[in-house]
Write a protein that binds this ligand. Structure first.
Ligand SMILES: [Zn+2]
Length: 438
């Protein structure tokens, strides 16, 4: 039975055009999808056990027989971590001769190196092409991709994806937005793929000089707050669709559909788990690559925190959905208010007028009490009391359970209004800091 399914999949997935891949992808019953994933998982486990030094060593340490592994739960505490990729030589992970390498910078330590074959890059591009097609990108459109190139993967995979659907594409690295703005008219781009902060800069130019018609805008690579998304959509009169991925995931791992409610994951090529979910279901994403053979990653600790969205999507795709990324596991702060993530405060600050963009929330300790301290810089001569009231209202309205922990005395709140310019934050501002001792 499974080999029949396999033949069916290989014919449909590898042989057919992108539009028929999309049609087929949407017709697979979820139960069959889970069985295919389970079968692919067992295959990659046996493959890596035979060829990958790192995984073989882990299995030996834990005394696990790869032949007995049926699902991730049978691997117990066996994981691959970002630190493993940074500190161990590539040879420990490579299962065959690679043809390409990409890098990604970690939050600590040096770059991680991830190797591929050409075939694997084309294969990853095929699924990105399907996602673009499903979003409405068609031959005749002209795509401009300004994801960072160099050793980053997303620019290259996007270019290969555009090629597979026959769409005009310039993947040009990440030039200054002004340089690109001058060429929008010349090359008649109507699809943009870029990271959120770059899109905001381009949109600022467009707002003052006039925006050209756009069909779609895809954003990935950084977190896009809803304030940024609303602004970009308003300037270009086009929907902004978000993608999720990384170099370790081979580029894209998930994308919003037109319902724009969470990311549909690439269940064909990756098996995701959510580790140690909290009572709301949020936990760390763990990913196993199902189809890559050059450098498969077994139960890779992604460090991003999200939860499943179990309800079926109105778009009808059988691909599982996760929530927007709540934050990095290493940015999570466990305190009296609950498990706090930077995303929570981005939502609380949304719509608060009279403060500068670079605010910060710190968790401090006074005696035995946790203090949630909002550090804000006033602008436009607003009264601090009005700003404070608005922040409290937003927290109460948008996160009633966090507010409930406040009213029952689990933590206290404090507000510090700082002179402008006293919170110099970098490109990726640290919104939430834990300053408690030990
Ligand atoms: Zn959907």
């Amino acid at each position: 039975m499974l080999s029949e399914i396999r033949q069916f999949v290989e014919r449909k997935v590898i042989g057919d055009s992108i539009p028929s891949l999309v049609r087929w992808g949407k017709s697979v019953p979820p139960g069959l999808m889970r069985r295919l994933q389970a079968e692919e998982f067992r295959k990659v486990i046996r493959y890596a056990a035979a060829r990958q030094k790192f995984f073989r060593h882990k299995l030996g340490e834990a005394g696990v027989d790869p032949g007995s592994v049926r699902g991730p739960e049978d691997l117990g505490e066996i994981f691959t971590t970002p630190e493993d990729l940074i500190t161990l030589p590539a040879e420990d992970f490579l299962c065959r001769e690679p043809q390409a390498v990409f890098e990604t910078t970690g939050t600590s330590g040096g770059p991680k190196h991830v190797y591929f074959s050409y075939e694997e890059l084309d294969f990853a591009a095929r699924y990105q092409a399907a996602a673009l097609w499903e979003s409405g990108v068609r031959p005749g459109d002209r795509a401009l991709c300004t994801f960072d190139a160099g050793y980053w993967i997303s620019s290259w995979v996007t270019f290969l994806a555009a090629k597979q659907i026959g769409v005009f594409c310039s993947a040009i690295g990440k030039p200054a937005p002004a340089e690109v703005f001058e060429r929008l008219r010349l090359y008649r781009y109507n699809v943009l793929l870029a990271d959120p902060t770059w899109l905001v800069s381009l949109s600022e130019i467009a707002e003052s000089q006039g925006a050209l018609p756009m069909k779609f805008i895809f954003a990935a690579g950084d977190r896009m707050t809803s304030a940024y998304r609303d602004y970009v959509q308003k300037v270009w009169h086009a929907p902004v669709i978000l993608g999720y991925g990384s170099t370790e995931m081979g580029g894209g791992a998930g994308m919003e559909c037109r319902a724009r409610s969470g990311y549909h994951l690439d269940d064909y090529n990756m098996l995701f788990e959510i580790l140690n979910p909290d009572p709301e279901g949020y936990g760390e994403l763990v990913m196993t690559t199902l189809s890559r053979r050059t450098m498969p990653l077994i139960r890779y600790r992604v460090r991003d925190v999200a939860r499943w969205i179990p309800e079926p999507c109105p778009c009808g795709a059988p691909l599982r959905r996760i929530s927007p990324i709540r934050g990095r596991r290493d940015e999570m702060v466990v305190m009296g208010a609950g498990n706090m993530h930077p995303e929570i405060f981005e939502n609380v600050m949304r719509g608060v007028e009279g403060i500068e963009e670079n605010w910060q929330v710190a968790v401090r300790q006074e005696g035995v009490h946790d203090i949630l301290e909002f550090r804000l810089q006033l602008s436009n001569g607003r009264e601090p009391e009005a700003v404070e009231r608005r922040v409290r209202e937003n927290l109460e309205k948008r996160y009633p359970e966090i507010w409930a922990n406040h009213t029952c005395g689990m933590y206290r709140m404090a507000f510090r209004f700082l002179p402008p310019g006293s919170l110099p934050l970098g490109r990726k501002p640290k919104r939430l800091v834990d300053e408690r001792a030990g």
